[in-house]
Design a protein around this ligand. Structure first.
Ligand code: CA
Length: 432
């Protein structure tokens, strides 16, 4: 159990007047209160908070004075069409609003159904204008597996791996919200026995990841120290970094991923805040006895590991048509990664690189030590040599058109109410 400060908002006995939020299986009990942006009946974009199977219309709550006691600056941010302004206000403001919303939805308060709308049938949008996106490579199990496949003769981990969180600058414009179809891209590929070709890619893969949204950023020229890093993070989403392995193999040297990673990355619509995750934090990430000592600027000083369980499910088009359940490909935990979001943020800003509210950092593929905890098909099928059998009688080495990939994630801990991150899904559509 965490030693991070818990308060009344985490009380596992607390209940809401929204009945569905009290279902023990709900991802969104009153202890969670994740943030998103939905399309309203007039087509506008509004901030919402998930509660059970409903969405609290936050702007309506502000305008009807149901969230009193907050500053005018906070009220204004909550009536915006994205979460960027609210994210920029910092931890004290986020915490004040979390308590105000929990009080509004508490079973002891007067119900106000008119502030709610059903989640089902409501279109979710990207929760923030994502200015910049950086993807890391923080799972040593993933890095070791990939290293073994691509460099079978050497040390699978490159010399820098245990000294710094390796990452690359990604493409914010290609991030889409869960449910967006993923069109198979074209790319330049190099067959082993012929010249390069340009055609629809063959080796389409997913990557099981988490993303952390930056709340309060830093001025250019300043750094975010480890002791401050977790407080700068607004919250966490599920992230699927769709990847073109055949493009990646040909293009990645010497500058790293490019077109293999810039056609789509999906995120779940609800941002679960670091406050909501407080009961699910622990010390680490753990290092092995013979690992090199960390330089001081990367040494953990707070509980930076987030214990979030994740599962990947796959359903082919024919499975969905015949009503078959998806199969589970993977079950893992974000706590398995070797670099925390705090270390990623401290390292990212160690040069004075400015981060802004709404920037997103990805964890990199989350893999564990066991085969059923490998976070992408490249690892799970060992580059296609151990295909996955599907219940419709087909096999998968990589994703085919019509496949629907869904990642779910949740947190469980003794004494705490279970909370979930919802899901992140996408269906692969044919190349155009
Ligand atoms: Ca990735």
């Amino acid at each position: 159990m965490t030693t991070t400060a818990l308060d009344r908002s985490h009380d596992s006995a607390r209940r809401s007047w929204v009945d569905s939020a009290n279902d023990p299986a709900s991802d969104f009990p009153i202890q969670n209160l994740p943030w998103g942006v939905f399309r309203d009946d007039e087509g506008g974009h509004r901030i919402g908070v998930a509660i059970g199977d409903r969405i609290l219309d936050v702007q309506a709550a502000v305008l009807e004075h149901r969230l009193d006691g907050l500053s005018g600056v906070i009220d204004c941010a909550l009536c915006s069409s994205t979460l960027n302004q609210f994210m920029s206000l910092g931890h004290e403001s986020w915490s004040a609003v979390r308590h105000a919303i929990a009080d509004l939805l508490d079973s002891e308060s007067e119900p106000c159904e008119s502030l709610l709308r059903p989640m089902e049938g409501t279109e979710m949008l990207l929760p923030a204008d994502i200015g910049d996106y950086t993807d890391f490579y923080a799972s040593r199990h993933h890095a070791t597996n990939v290293g073994r496949m691509f460099r079978p003769d050497g040390d699978p981990l490159l010399p820098n791996y245990l000294h710094l969180p390796v990452g690359y600058h990604g493409r914010a414009s290609s991030i889409v919200v869960s449910g967006t179809p993923i069109r198979r891209p074209h790319g330049q590929l190099k067959p082993n026995d012929g010249p390069p070709e340009f055609r629809p890619i063959s080796l389409l893969d997913y990557e099981l990841e988490f993303g952390a949204f930056i709340g309060q950023g830093n001025e250019m020229g300043t750094r975010v120290p480890m002791g401050d890093a977790m407080r700068r993070l607004f919250g966490v989403v599920i992230l699927n970094d769709w990847s073109a392995r055949d493009v990646q193999k040909w293009e990645y040297q010497p500058l790293g991923p490019f077109n293999a990673k810039n056609f789509a990355s999906s995120i779940s619509p609800w941002i679960v805040t670091l406050d909501a995750l407080a009961p699910f934090r622990s010390h680490g990430p753990s290092r092995r006895e013979d690992d090199p000592a960390l330089l001081d600027y990367l040494n953990p000083v707070t509980e930076d590991v987030l214990d979030i369980t994740c599962e990947v499910h796959l359903a082919s088009e024919s499975m969905r048509r015949s009503g078959q359940d998806p199969i589970r490909l993977t079950r893992g935990s974000l706590s398995d990664i070797s670099w925390s979001f705090a270390q990623m943020l401290s390292h990212h800003t160690s040069t004075g690189c400015p981060m802004r509210a709404g920037d997103l950092i990805g964890s990199g593929t989350v893999s564990g030590t066991e085969k059923d905890s490998r976070g992408c098909l490249l690892e799970l099928t060992w580059r296609g040599s151990e295909p996955v059998e599907l219940p419709d009688g087909t096999q998968r080495k990589f994703l085919l058109d019509g496949d629907e990939l869904t990642i779910i994630a949740y947190c469980e801990s003794d004494g705490a109410r279970r909370i979930g991150l919802g899901s992140c899904s996408g269906i692969v559509t044919p190349a155009s």
